[in-house]
Design a binder for this molecule. Structure first.
Ligand SMILES: Nc1ncnc2c1ncn2[C@@H]1O[C@H](COP(=O)(O)OP(=O)(O)O)[C@@H](O)[C@H]1O
Ligand SMILES: [Mg+2]
Length: 245
């Protein structure tokens, strides 16, 4: 990690707020339908969320309620119309695109429902190349260790198309954890997997989260999966509300 990146990793204790999102709004240009007074569509409405270091929070709610939009805001992949997102003490709104991308690469891991692997790169390169781009030394050896940890020692040189869905998601999980992020964001990580494969991917995800003391924000339709989190919050019509876990 170079100097610019190491500045992003201040010391933290387990009681520290790792994520502090406050008063988030995301308004997009309206299509025909519900519009606000300014003619926009509010898909995230005044959401605030605090996640401590190492804590896991499940996000549930109906399709179209704004769960993925919230995750995009927490990842800094979308900028909020109003409100702030702080991750590991850094206000994402103060970072330009390049620094934001570097910060995300170093501190935030993301796992999507549809894996999002690069189809022309081997499993090993899918994990190693982002590390190399972030200037990490020994990227290949870190990537190999990460793939071993997810049980894919025998699949390093396979292309995504030669892997099962469960194996592809394991590669994505290895890629997400390899930089040892403070925060892991997962959007329906088992949504494309059969029940048995999904169960083993869940076990892997929670095991790595615990071992690395990573904060986890996990979107899921699956009540069993949500129930494995320390806390569950519900999204309805763009708003967040607490729910007994
Ligand atoms: N960039 C966008 N432009 C317009 N509408 C969007 C955009 N992104 C999401 N939406 C709409 O916002 C709502 C919430 O979407 P999303 O966050 O994907 O919900 P969820 O993940 O809970 O299914 C949906 O009605 C969706 O169609
Ligand atoms: Mg979604």
């Amino acid at each position: 990690m170079d100097d610019a990146l190491s500045r992003f990793a201040p010391p933290r204790s387990s009681a520290t707020a790792l994520v502090e999102a406050s008063g988030l709004w995301l308004t997009v240009p309206a299509r025909p339908g519900t519009v606000n007074a300014q003619g926009g569509l509010d898909i995230v409405r005044d959401m605030s969320l605090r996640v401590n270091a190492g804590e896991s929070v499940g996000i549930v709610g109906p399709s179209g309620s704004g769960k993925t939009s919230l995750l995009m805001l927490l990842a800094g992949l979308e900028r909020p119309t109003r409100g702030t997102v702080r991750v590991d003490g850094v206000d994402l709104g103060t970072l330009g695109e390049n620094r934001l991308a570097r910060f995300r690469g170093a501190r935030i891991g993301i796992v999507f429902q549809s894996f999002h692997l690069i189809p022309t790169m081997t499993a090993l390169d899918n994990v190693a190349v982002p590390l190399e781009l972030a200037g990490t030394r020994n990227a290949a050896s870190i990537a190999r260790t990460a793939l071993e940890q997810v049980g894919l020692a025998h699949r390093m040189t396979h292309l995504p198309g030669q892997l099962s869905g469960g194996e592809q998601q394991r590669v994505a999980i290895a890629r997400a954890f390899a930089p040892r992020p403070a925060l892991l964001l997962a959007d329906e990580p088992t949504g494309n997997l059969d029940a048995r494969t999904g169960e083993s991917v869940q076990a892997l995800l929670f095991g790595l989260q615990r071992d690395n003391n990573t904060a986890l924000v996990l979107i899921t339709h699956d009540p069993v999966l949500a129930g494995r989190c320390d806390r569950v919050v519900e999204v309805a019509e763009g708003r967040l509300r607490d729910r007994a876990a």
